[in-house]
Design a protein around this ligand. Structure first.
Ligand code: GLY
Length: 361
């Protein structure tokens, strides 16, 4: 994809090379409070808006929403029940950012604490730091009364074991008989696809951005990271400016998908800066995706020139309550249109994301 400077300075749609489908989506009129999140956050955005309608702070509301997903063992991309790392250990990352006070907190590679978003908030509130990692983050959580639990569910353990058994034909593990796959493993394959066991590029996350009735903003991102990641690998989710960024004068944005790609463009911050320039949140998300597509140059990460072979999505809300979500590809693994979750005065619902490229990876 070659884009001239002139093109880049043109409309968001032109700059992002937007599809007709994306352009056809007319932004709805803004209403506050609003919460926007990745598609796994339908209950989360509903909870966040309910709390903001009751007058609660937007960050407390965002975290309460995200906690629902962190606590849910059926969401294998976040918190309790998340897919473990290479060594079968669940390591969680999260961050929070509070618009009114312009403060942030984060934790990375946190083991044994199922609500990393709450620990991140405590880092923000009770320390001089922004980011605590690994054993230090866990010690901090324990000293502050967070229970330490086994976050590895039976389903996640079985999925890890299946991955290990199928990893290589040169090790001593034998591949399970396809006639007798465990039902939990089958369900995982149905949800995420067989490739996830061989190409560990996949993960999941929740990002939630919120604006309250006064126009105060907050953001929260939480994840168990890439499936079967290297121990200690940290993605974008706990990186302020990548997995999440909030500016109370402008808006809040965050991401799910390949964290390495997001870190390299500081995507959360970039999306907020595009909104500062007057772009609609949806177009700001698309422009960040276009930046990622344009700056992804390694062959191993491309399916064609300018076309990344990974999934990534952004979600954003501005101070006025306009919102949007956009993904690199229109379709998800199952061939269905990718969606994001949003809640406002009209209730909680899923909407289709705008997208940079038709089809799927
Ligand atoms: N976006 C989540 C991660 O890369 O860990």
């Amino acid at each position: 994809m070659t884009l001239s400077r002139r093109t880049l300075l043109g409309t968001a749609a032109a700059a992002a090379g937007l599809s007709k489908a994306a352009l056809a989506q007319k932004p709805l009129p803004a209403s506050r409070p609003v919460a926007v999140s990745s598609s796994n956050g339908l209950r989360a955005v509903a909870e966040a808006v309910k709390r903001m309608q009751a007058g609660q702070d937007p960050l407390d509301s965002a975290i309460a929403g995200v906690n629902i997903v962190e606590d849910d063992p059926n969401d294998m991309t976040v918190g309790y029940g998340g897919v473990p790392n290479e060594e079968c250990v669940v390591q969680l990352d999260a961050c929070v950012m509070h618009g009114p006070t312009a403060r942030a907190g984060a934790v990375a590679s946190l083991e044994g604490v199922k609500n990393p978003s709450r620990v991140a908030k405590l880092v923000m509130e009770s320390t001089d730091h922004v980011l605590l990692v690994g054993p230090g983050a866990r010690h901090f959580a324990t000293m502050n009364g967070f229970p330490v639990e086994n976050l590895l569910t039976e389903k996640a353990r079985k999925v890890w074991l299946f991955w290990k058994q199928n990893l290589s034909d040169k090790d001593k593990w034998l591949e399970p008989d396809p006639e007798h796959y465990d039902p939990d493993v089958k369900a995982f394959i149905d949800e995420f696809g067989w490739d996830e066991f061989r190409k560990p590029q996949r993960g999941g996350t929740i990002h939630l951005s919120a604006v309250d009735a006064r126009g105060d903003l907050a953001g929260c991102t939480s994840t168990s990271g890439l499936f079967f990641k290297m121990p200690g690998r940290v993605g974008d989710s706990p990186i302020i400016g990548a997995g999440c960024f909030t500016d109370n004068e402008v808006g809040s944005a965050g991401s799910t998908g390949r964290g390495e790609a997001n870190i390299l463009v500081s995507g959360g911050h970039l999306t907020v800066e595009f909104m500062r320039q007057g772009k609609h949140p949806r177009d700001a998300c698309l422009m960040t995706l276009e930046r990622i597509a344009r700056t992804t140059r390694e062959k191993r990460l491309l399916s064609a020139p300018g076309k990344p072979n990974f999934s990534i999505a952004f979600y954003a809300v501005n101070k006025q309550g306009q919102y949007g979500g956009a993904s690199m590809y229109a379709l998800g693994d199952t061939g269905k249109r990718r969606q994001f979750a949003v809640a406002d005065a009209s209730g909680a619902r899923k909407e289709e994301t705008a997208f940079l490229f038709e089809g799927r990876i």
